[in-house]
Design a protein around this ligand. Structure first.
Ligand SMILES: [Zn+2]
Length: 314
């Protein structure tokens, strides 16, 4: 049932500043959008503990990104062949047994409908999960509300994903705290645009986890596949369903400051929670009361797997 990746899989090396340098750059830049900012280099906390509930204690060790498929496989009608497996991704990026977190589309053959995937799985060397706290978020067929479900036994996903792969070890990471938003950028874009303006023609990535600790955020959930073809970004946007969701939200994913001619998605984080809410992070809706806390590594490379031929943003 799984798609074979095309032979055109590509890899690009990314610029890797020291954590200390990145901390200084980010602390300065985030102040353009947040009143209270603190960025430091810390020992990664045990991320298996609440409120994170990740499948491995850390996000360190041979960190690399996988950008798989993409939104073009969703339009004008979804591509039924685009079914992937996190275990195969870990092999493709040269890190079997990886801890993999991030944002993608859920496995419709298992879930029954299209959904958001919040990937959170520690793999064994055989590609099978040893700890799997992956969730999906879907739109309830009857009530139209968010339904979050844990996926224990499968590592399949569909269409697209942006994943951080690491050995899942604890080590030095960036801790980013920001609260009271004073500018127009969301937390994720503020991080990315800060890196982009400082490092200019070099591409720097961050991967990891951030919490929306207080406040509310707008998330989207892809509903089941559209019965009519989606012919434009506008029609995709109309089809997506947006929800305001409550903190605390645990958001997993990655960003790259700029594309490196691989048609990379430059920002992608998906959230899950203890209170049944989850989906694709867009922005907070409570600038005065919002607070964020994140832990990030700086991956050294990105692998582009099964890159679509056409291009659509989403
Ligand atoms: Zn998404």
């Amino acid at each position: 049932m799984s798609t074979r990746f095309q032979v055109s899989n590509k890899k690009a090396d990314l610029h890797v500043p020291t954590l200390e340098e990145a901390a200084k750059v980010l602390e300065k830049g985030l102040k353009n959008n947040f009143e209270n900012v603190s960025v430091s280099v810390v020992d990664c906390p045990d991320l298996t503990q609440k409120p994170f509930n990740l499948s491995s204690p850390g996000i360190c060790g041979n960190e690399r990104l996988a950008d798989v498929g993409g939104p073009p496989y969703l339009v004008p009608q979804y591509n039924k062949d685009k079914i992937y497996d996190v275990g195969k991704v870990s092999e493709e990026v040269g890190l079997p047994g990886a801890f993999v977190i991030g944002a993608g589309a859920g496995p419709w053959p298992l879930v029954g409908v299209n959904s958001e995937m919040i990937c959170n799985v520690k793999l064994g060397k055989n590609g099978q999960p040893t700890v799997n706290n992956t969730y999906i978020a879907k739109v309830g067929e009857k009530d139209g509300k968010c339904q979050q479900m844990q996926i224990k036994d499968s590592t399949e996903f569909c269409l697209m994903a942006n994943l951080l792969c690491s050995e899942g070890k604890q080590g030095k990471v960036l801790q980013v705290k920001a609260s009271k938003r004073t500018g127009p950028e969301n937390f994720m874009s503020s991080l990315r645009k800060t890196l982009d303006s400082h490092y200019e023609n070099k591409s720097v990535a961050l991967g990891g986890v951030f919490l929306v600790e207080t406040g509310k955020a707008t998330l989207h959930i892809m509903p089941d596949f559209s019965k009519v073809p989606l012919k434009s970004d506008g029609e995709v946007d109309e089809w997506l369903q947006y929800f305001e969701m409550d903190a605390p939200l645990v958001c997993l994913g990655e960003l790259v400051s700029r594309d490196v001619n691989l048609d990379l998605r430059t920002e992608h984080f998906h959230c899950f929670s203890d209170h049944g809410q989850g989906g694709h992070y867009h922005y907070d809706t409570t600038p005065d009361t919002v607070s964020y806390r994140g832990y990030f590594t700086i991956p050294h490379s990105v692998y582009r797997l099964d890159q679509p031929k056409s291009n659509i943003s989403m």
